[in-house]
Design a binder for this molecule. Structure first.
Ligand code: ARG
Length: 276
């Protein structure tokens, strides 16, 4: 495929500063409550991620951080929007439950979104990805650790797009966005071993030309990337992944997000895409 085809599309994102970021509970294997977080460093790194997205021409909305919600910096988990409809989140763990309210308040006041409150547990873009140009527009959805598979059917009813359920099997890759990413409107990259054998077959059937990642890429949070269709923003540890996306014709842009990794997330976790 010609590299000239990798065209960026202007995006709108929602981010939340890590003003109250700590690791005071452990709900994924990356979180270690005995190691202190460097709050100043976290904020600096977050600012440089935001500046990177803005410099690339994108719009970044900011959600105010709320005290008592230390994971709120992972704004991807707060909702999932497709074509102006927002499917709200419902968090698996009580510690994060109120984040859904903050996100809802954002959509209720910003623009003309149709917000649908969920009945089933789901963690927004943590477990949902949208590919507008694949098969006419499909949703990929993860389950196994956080999102309830019942939410996949609910999302399909709310959004009117086919939802493909994929089972995650490795606790280190507990959200879909730690194991798979959209590189543009139709192409993905993923780490096959994070998925059940049957889900691997589904992915191979749907995406025969996917960029395949290995365990080192996934452990470096290399799949936890944000792409505008040309520029692929990923963290500085993800060297191998940067090389793979470059070989596929994209332009890697590395940012240091070492502090956010302590909570079990990286670039994608900190960035929700708004699809009006
Ligand atoms: N500490 C957060 C949690 O375990 C990290 C969330 C990461 N977000 C993501 N989109 N994968 O819920």
């Amino acid at each position: 495929m010609s590299h000239l085809e990798r065209l960026p599309r202007k995006r709108a994102y929602l981010m939340c500063p890590p003003e109250h970021f700590t690791v005071e509970y452990a709900i994924n294997p990356w979180m270690d409550t005995t190691v202190a977080v460097d709050a100043g460093q976290a904020l600096k790194q977050w600012e440089s991620l935001r500046a990177t997205l803005i410099d690339l021409g994108h719009v970044v909305h900011v959600l105010d951080a709320r005290p008592g919600l230390p994971d709120m910096v992972y704004s991807a988990n707060g909702a999932f929007s497709v074509d102006g409809t927002v499917y709200g989140a419902r968090f698996r763990y009580p510690q994060r439950a109120d984040e859904a309210l903050a996100h809802r308040a954002f959509y209720d006041t910003a623009g003309s979104w149709r917000f649908v409150a969920p009945e089933h547990v789901n963690e927004g873009e943590g477990d949902f990805a949208y590919l507008p140009a694949a098969y006419g527009g499909i949703v990929l959805a993860g389950y196994g650790f956080r999102t309830d598979p019942a939410a996949h059917a609910e999302a399909q009813e709310v959004l009117g797009r086919p939802v493909i359920s994929l089972r995650l099997i490795d606790p280190a890759f507990y959200h879909l966005d730690t194991a798979l990413a959209a590189l543009d409107d139709r192409h993905v990259t993923y780490y096959p071993e994070a998925f059940s054998p049957a889900s691997r077959r589904v992915l191979a059937q749907l995406f025969p030309d996917a960029v395949l990642a290995d365990r080192a890429d996934a452990e470096a949070f290399g799949l936890n990337l944000v792409s505008d269709g040309r520029h692929v923003i990923l963290n500085t540890d993800a060297i191998g992944m940067g090389r793979k996306v470059r070989d596929a014709g994209y332009q890697p842009v590395h940012v240091d997000l070492s502090e956010l990794k302590r909570g079990g997330g990286s670039v994608k976790c900190a960035v929700a895409e708004l699809r009006p």
